[in-house]
Design a protein around this ligand. Sequence first.
Ligand code: B1M
Length: 220
Amino acid sequence: MSDLVEKITNCIERGKINAAAPYPADLRGQEGADELTAQAIQESVGPDVILSACNEGMRRIGERFGRNEVFVPELLMAAKAMKAVMAHLKPFFRSGSVKAKGRFVLGTVAGDLHDIGKNLVAMVVEGNGWEVVDLGVDCKPQKFVDAVRENPRCTVGLSALLTTTMANMEKTVKEIKAQFPEVRVIVGGAPLSAGAAAQIGADGYGADPQDAVAFLNSTN
Ligand code: B1M
């Protein structure tokens, strides 16, 4: 089993989507993230274990990117491989026909195109009985404000992966709070911390999707 999990990590790091994918050339014809995840699920490997394997792959490729050993195209292939895995994991996070507990407006802030973490948060929050209004990536403050207006009594979640877009996150929190002081906002993403979240005026900080669920459950 650990061999299978390591292979999934490797597929994420190398951006190997599936057996049909021609990239990377040295893995041509071999099984990719898609087939290996299907196999792992069949062998009862838990979704959390599979997710951790993916995060490790992302960590490794991110480190190599930081050392200028790989570039944006390689990151993009890693992201595609991870999306192939997430398609398999989605059913595990779905809770079926439970009545929604409330609405969670979620998006990645302006200037930021990273959406894998946000999509994971969406899946887990949805799986815990909340209706998610996903605004996508590169969302300007006004987009959040409009969404709050259209979804009264919602809670808002902001994601950011770049240190440079944390400034936009702060603007977004301030804009939402200026118009809807009662709306609760949680922020998350790699460059954030509980301290940074408090500093930009957010009500909560999520290091992972479970924190977002705990925040939602505690405030409603
Ligand atoms: Co980019 N990128 N990237 N990238 N990328 C990072 C973030 C980076 C750390 C890589 C590095 O240098 N080592 C670096 C940021 C440095 C910094 O700001 N400190 C970086 C950079 C520099 C860039 C570009 C500027 C590169 C360039 O163009 N020269 C560029 C920026 C584009 C833009 O956004 N404007 C860029 C582009 C990209 C791609 C598009 C190629 C691709 C993203 C594809 C996509 O998302 N669809 C990409 C990728 C894949 C990465 C890495 C490798 C992986 C990110 C990821 O998906 N992680 C990343 C390196 C790394 O993280 N190690 C890197 C897995 C994901 C599950 O984790 O998103 O952290 P994460 O989400 C977690 C938690 O943070 C939390 O829960 C999730 C699950 O546990 N969480 C929340 C997230 N949001 C939350 C919200 C919550 C609660 C919890 O409540 C609301």
